[in-house]
Design a binder for this molecule. Structure first.
Ligand code: C2E
Ligand code: MG
Ligand code: MG
Length: 739
């Protein structure tokens, strides 16, 4: 306490130590002069200030130091009301409403430890004030007497600590804890006001690779850039937080339109996937996104996060670089995937894998010029499983190397038995390519089968360039030395950089089917891209293969633009090894184009039992194919053209449609509003039946059940309602057909 005694007081204390102690002189309550001196020294030391107001609330005293802090002279302060010294405080935290100063003063309440901010413009200074109302002997209010102290530094420190606990130090974004808190509060509030809220989880692909190869500092720098890019796209539409090493969460209030969310997801993926420069090096990462929407897919934080996570897992399994909406099928999908995982390990040993061959046909002569080997898996219970479903799983669980080696041996062995020297292409996963002994495996397959090396072509995708450049170059060199050919698969879908092409010894570029699709439609610039790729390949002395050609107009366009080879259903699907061999033996080397004259909006063949609603009746029908604009339905007889129906596509997805074709039990319907992409190759409706609607129909609020429509329409749609149309039983397709 000695610090705030005045100088003269301290001198006396020192003298006390050297001389005989003079008599003790305590400051008694009646010694006003010495008490004032004591308070004076307290004020001068800046340890605290005093203030007083009159009965009208006007300041009649304020310690000098305090007035100086405010930049006011004594004269300016006197006569102001106490409230004028401070900026009225906003009540930030609804759980702890702090009564504002004006309220306390008006009510003549005591003020204790009230934090107030000084009314100074360009500086943030905080005081903690206390005060007591004073009353005279007739109990009349005479004003306040109070004290104040500066707590700016303490508050700053507290704020920093709070920030540290709520924000991620690397990116400055909200951390997992804050996001969780925000989401919980929001979902609770939104439930009451019947609003919706979307949650996206964005996961970076190959971030670990950057961290490992360029170091942690570069990894941190990259994350900062990701946060900035994502922030630019999300803007004020939502809040972004960092959840873990390489996962971000985005909370988007008041959005349930899956069309808008899909567009946002797509833009985020595109932006995040552009190259970065970190620590002077170029880095490329990708992103996958899972989307879930409250209240449809979950009501509380846990339910919604689990749903978004499942959607994220699905987008990763689907090949990464995609967004995916949650749907209740994904729960089955996750189970399905585990099943695939378990069964895949034994697939080779149990002889369930087979190599099929799809011809590559010369665009000018329509003669077969080569083929691509494509893996097929026949599951004992589930029939054919598509490579797009099992190859990513094989990559994840690490058995792709073993499967790839098996494929290579199998193809080399079969190709040596063909009656002509046809070249055969084998797909090589980036994971196989990263194996140091990969050239050795190829060499062995060639040696054991006796296949001439130049008949073997290896198809690799652009993702191999993400590895160590030096290693990749060495690998190319060793493979070329063996005499095998190299093709760049799915060109244009990955991390295409023309510099890759300059340094890599490819013999062939395979143009991905996404460029062929729609190339013949007016206003689509795929045709221009196709021409550019073909001339680039010509200049580099490489052949071009157009993948996935289905329609005659596509074939014409590609032939005209100069693609060397055509691969697609227009000539042939992949054939079993026996069928392919038979064609070769019979010398049927020329392929006839067979397919629709024009490309139509992708119509997916499906077999899905759905319901069709017409007036008060609900019919069981089978959907045969589906596109954005319409569907083919089987199971109702003699439905007049122009009839308005509603298709219940499941999970609360209702699509209003008009019957445009009707023949026997087949109906062609056109949707009133086109469907949108679900991020994978499926389609979905923009909107769904809202759980709030179900709640309004008297049910408890819950995430969407499988068949929400029947809940809200329970009364209207009775089993007894007289049905206008005749239902026809539709049998299940044979297993494996339509594949
Ligand atoms: P990819 O290498 O790009 O193979 C071309 C895909 O396009 C094949 O799909 C083929 O059946 C399909 N396709 C060909 N013409 C058409 C057409 O006109 N229309 C349509 N819609 N599709 C057409 P598939 O057999 O389902 O294989 C998918 C992917 O799985 C392949 O894409 C490849 O990346 C991977 N894959 C297949 N077999 C193997 C393998 O043995 N090893 C590895 N690592 N990957 C494989
Ligand atoms: Mg391929
Ligand atoms: Mg391809």
């Amino acid at each position: 306490m000695a610090g705030f005694f005045s100088r003269s007081a301290r001198a006396t204390a020192e003298e006390d130590a050297t001389f005989d102690s003079p008599p003790l002189r305590p400051i008694v309550a009646s010694d006003a002069a010495r008490r004032v001196e004591l308070l004076d020294s307290f004020e001068t030391a800046g340890l605290g200030w005093f203030w007083a107001t009159d009965a009208q609330g006007r300041i009649i005293y304020l310690s000098q130091g305090a007035a100086r802090k405010l930049g006011w002279s004594d004269d300016e302060v006197i006569g102001k009301s106490l409230g004028e010294l401070f900026i009225p405080e906003k009540i930030d935290d609804p759980d702890k409403p702090e009564r504002p100063l004006a309220f306390l003063l008006r009510a003549r309440n005591s003020i204790s430890q009230l934090n107030v901010r000084l009314a100074i413009e360009d500086k943030e200074v905080w005081w903690e004030i206390a005060g007591k109302p004073q009353f005279d002997d007739k109990d009349r209010f005479t004003g306040y007497r109070g004290s104040a102290k500066d707590i700016t530094a303490v508050r700053e420190q507290q704020r920093d600590e709070r920030r540290m606990a709520q924000y991620d130090p690397v990116t400055g974004l909200a951390n997992r804890q804050r996001m969780g808190q925000r989401l919980t509060e929001m979902l609770k509030a939104y439930r009451n006001s019947k609003r919706s809220c979307a949650l996206m989880i964005l996961d970076l692909d190959r971030f670990q690779h950057v961290n490992d190869s360029l170091g942690r500092a570069a990894g941190d720098e990259l994350l900062k850039q990701v946060a900035t890019r994502a922030g630019r796209i999300v803007g004020t539409k939502g809040e972004i937080g960092r959840m873990s090493d390489d996962a971000f969460q985005i909370v988007l209030p008041d959005i349930d339109d899956r069309g808008a969310l899909g567009d946002l997801g797509q833009r985020l993926i595109q932006m995040v996937s552009q190259p970065y420069i970190v620590s002077g090096s170029r880095a490329i990462i990708g992103a996958s996104i899972g989307v879930a929407i409250a209240p449809y897919d979950g009501l509380d934080t846990e339910e919604l996060t689990t749903a978004a996570d499942l959607a994220l897992q699905a987008s990763k399994v689907g090949g990464r670089g995609q967004y995916r909406f949650y749907s209740s099928d994904l729960k089955d999908g996750a189970k399905n995937r585990r099943q695939i995982e378990e069964d895949l390990r034994d697939a080779i040993d149990n002889h369930q894998l087979a190599m099929h061959y799809q011809p590559l046909v010369c665009s000018k002569t329509h003669m077969v010029r080569g083929c691509e080997a494509l893996m097929r898996w026949t599951h004992p219970d589930r029939g054919q499983i598509a490579p797009s479903d099992f190859i990513p799983v094989a990559e994840e669980i690490g058995c792709i190397r073993q499967m790839g080696e098996w494929a290579l041996n199998e193809v080399c062995r079969q190709a040596t038995g063909w009656p002509m020297d046809l070249r055969v292409a084998v797909n090589v996963s980036a994971m196989q390519f990263s194996q140091d002994d990969f050239p050795g495996i190829v060499k062995k397959a060639l040696a054991e089968s006796g296949l001439a090396p130049d008949r073997l072509e290896l198809e690799i995708t652009e993702s191999v360039f993400l590895g160590d450049t030096g290693r990749t170059q060495r690998m190319f060199g060793e493979l070329k030395e063996l005499g095998v050919k190299l093709a760049l698969d799915d060109f244009g879908t990955g991390y295409s950089s023309l510099s890759y092409l300059r340094n890599a010894p490819f013999d062939k570029i395979k143009i991905d089917q996404s460029f062929v699709r729609g190339a013949t439609e007016e206003g689509n610039n795929n045709a221009a891209i196709l021409s550019a790729i073909v001339s680039l390949a010509d200049a580099l002395n490489m052949e071009t293969v157009a993948e996935g050609v289905e329609a005659k107009d596509e074939l014409d366009l590609l032939t005209e633009r100069g693609a060397t080879l055509i691969q697609g259903h227009i000539f042939s699907r992949a054939l079993s090894s026996e069928d392919f061999l038979e064609r070769l033996r019979e010398g049927k080397l020329k392929y006839e184009p067979r397919g629709p004259a024009k490309y139509r909006a992708a119509r997916k063949t499906v077999f899905r039992r759905i319901s069709l609603i017409h007036e008060d009746s609900r019919y069981k029908v089978v959907m045969r194919n589906l596109s954005k604009t319409g569907a083919m339905i089987e199971g109702l007889r003699e439905v007049p053209l122009g009839t308005q129906v509603v298709l219940d596509l499941g999970g609360g997805q209702l699509a209003v449609a008009t019957v445009r074709r009707s023949k026997g039990a087949m109906l062609g319907v056109e949707f009133e509003t086109p469907l949108i992409s679900d991020g994978a190759d499926g389609l979905c409706t923009r909107h769904r039946v809202s759980p709030y609607q179900i709640e309004a129909a008297g049910r408890p609020l819950a995430a969407l059940p499988q068949d929400p429509y029947s809940l809200i329409m329970a009364e209207q749609i009775g089993a007894n309602a007289r049905k206008k149309f005749i239902e026809v039983e539709v049998g299940a397709p044979k297993p494996g057909s339509g594949y």
